[in-house]
Design a protein around this ligand. Structure first.
Ligand code: 5AD
Ligand code: SF4
Length: 508
């Protein structure tokens, strides 16, 4: 059986959020100026899941710019609708089919009025379900997986030129290969970037945790070559990025080849990125404890741009469950890594993923998880009820009741929320370096992130967007901070960034 998952961890990882890309882009594609720009067409992408999917959706939009597609923020106005799906937890497939059911109406209305609306399913559900999607929803035009979206312009042209036989017929194009060439060789150059930009450096995973579909779907671990990453990084910075977030399902297993054919580790890559003028911040996600080597821990002490925040999932605080999950380490090993990280960077803020209710988890195992959380003290964390994924080892075992999972999740989340609130409260009356990322539509306030990944909002002039400024923190809630621009910032002209810029070493 073919499975697919959409990324792992991180997940804001996957707090299965849905993200609507709603930027209006320039039709001059990053990959070149269009010779004969077609009449503008509109594109709507709905992105489910992790940052990796957000990265992929952004690239899809850029790939389609030369065909005249500009992004819009509503499916009802779009000529092409892409659902970029996630398969990491249950019900993902059903969610996609019910969304397709709603979108079918738009396609039929378009047909009746002589307008062709194309419907595409991308990402991990597409990879996992393949032709089953067309069988159940014959009005879908395109189904393609995470490794083939560089072929999207051709697929879209083919679908555009195909004859739509009836109001419920789609073009039925399916591409769920794992091609030999990598999509990264075909992606357009970024000409415009957000202040904080994702940069995918690695995909896939060899760890085979009992519960996880990633190794079956995204494939085994593969690292992009160093030069390609540096090139993309430099372009993103030229295009306006001040922060790079290095992405990978198992990012600290990175081992890409350099020009001279040597393997570089993640720490080596981070040090090299730290030499680029204009790059103020570096983050990476998601990491596995087993790949948290000495050099990477040392980089946290020595690379000023590397932010004092680490998402390092442990999933459970029970040795018995770590074994059942095939995590390849025990609790003591994880605690030791945290100690080393804190010795290297005393203010480092920590995050994790937790799963409750994995088959075999007892009350005692769960109590161990609670104990570990109290011992470590997280600045934030993500937690999920175990969800059986077809084809993974744990899905064949006896399952716990949903009531047990819900009870445990509630207890765990209450503790994590208390810890996050307490971490945020400690920032009140401190000054934090904030990278200003956007202006909120709702109230016009500026928002950004502290070095510790906290969201913070404040009033300020638009010229501060993209700047790294001091904010005095005045209030805290469980999820965010509120502050005021420090007086000196109000009189300052433009921020001068340089590669030796160091920040945020002191928390509270
Ligand atoms: N059930 C619940 N949570 C899962 N995750 C991955 N697979 C499952 C599953 N089958 C969680 C893990 C991982 C995060 C990205 O998603 O905590 O770190
Ligand atoms: Fe999935 Fe485990 Fe790999 Fe993370 S380390 S992607 S949880 S198999």
């Amino acid at each position: 059986m073919i499975l697919c998952v959409c990324f792992n961890s991180f997940l804001r990882k996957l707090n299965c959020f849905e993200l609507h890309l709603s930027l209006v882009c320039n039709i001059m594609a990053g990959s070149g100026v269009i010779e004969n720009p077609k009449e503008n067409k509109t594109l709507f992408i709905k992105t489910y899941g992790c940052q990796m999917n957000v990265y992929d959706s952004d690239k899809m939009a850029k790939l389609l710019e030369p065909l005249g597609f500009i992004l819009c923020n509503s499916a009802s106005n779009a000529d092409l609708i892409i659902l970029n799906t996630c398969h990491i937890r249950e019900k993902a497939t059903e969610k996609v089919f019910s969304e397709l059911g709603r979108l079918r109406k738009l396609k039929m209305e378009g047909f009746k009025s002589g307008r062709k609306v194309l419907l595409a399913v991308a990402g991990c559900v597409a990879q996992a379900e393949g032709s089953e999607i067309i069988t159940r929803a014959p009005y879908v035009d395109l189904v393609f997986g995470p490794q083939t979206y560089h072929r999207l312009p051709n697929m879209v042209m083919e679908a555009t030129n195909s004859r739509q036989e009836s109001e419920i017929n789609g073009a039925g194009i399916i591409d769920t290969d794992f091609p030999v060439e990598t999509k990264f060789d075909h992606l357009p150059t970024d000409t415009k970037s957000s202040t904080s930009a994702f940069l995918s450096i690695q995909e896939g995973c060899d760890k085979f945790c009992s519960f996880c579909v990633v190794p079956y779907t995204r494939g085994t671990e593969a690292s992009r070559p160093v030069e390609q990453i540096l090139h993309e990084g430099i372009n993103l910075i030229k295009a306006g990025a001040k922060e790079l977030v290095l992405l990978g399902q198992n990012v600290n297993a990175y081992h890409g080849l350099s020009k001279s054919g040597k393997e570089w580790s993640l720490s080596r890559l981070i040090r090299e990125l730290g030499e680029i003028d204009g790059l103020a911040r570096i983050r990476y996600t998601t990491s596995h404890p087993k790949d948290m080597d000495h050099e990477l821990i040392k980089a946290h002490a020595e690379v000023p741009q590397l932010m004092p925040y680490l998402h390092l999932p442990i999933q459970t605080g029970s040795d018995r469950m770590l074994k059942a999950m095939n995590r390849k380490h025990n609790v003591a090993f994880y605690v030791k890594i945290i100690e080393k990280l804190r010795a290297a960077r005393p203010d480092i803020a920590l995050s994790s993923d937790f799963i409750v209710g994995h088959p075999g988890e007892t009350d005692n195992d769960f109590a161990d998880t609670i104990r570990l959380i109290m011992e470590i003290g997280y600045s934030q964390a993500y937690s999920f009820k175990y969800s059986p994924r077809p084809g993974t080892p744990a899905s064949n075992l006896e399952q716990l009741s949903d009531a047990t999972k819900s009870d445990r999740l509630q207890t765990l989340q209450q503790l994590l929320n208390e810890q996050q609130f307490s971490f945020n409260r400690q920032c009140i009356n401190t000054s934090q370096k904030v990278l200003v990322e956007r202006r909120r539509d709702r109230d016009g306030r500026l928002t950004g992130r502290t070095p510790f990944m906290q969201n913070i909002s404040f009033d300020g002039p638009i010229r501060l967007l993209g700047e790294l400024i001091d904010i005095n923190v005045e209030q805290a809630t469980e999820k965010s901070l509120f502050g005021r621009v420090a007086i000196k910032e109000q009189y300052r002209g433009h921020m001068i960034m340089n590669k030796n810029y160091s920040e945020g070493r002191k928390h509270a």
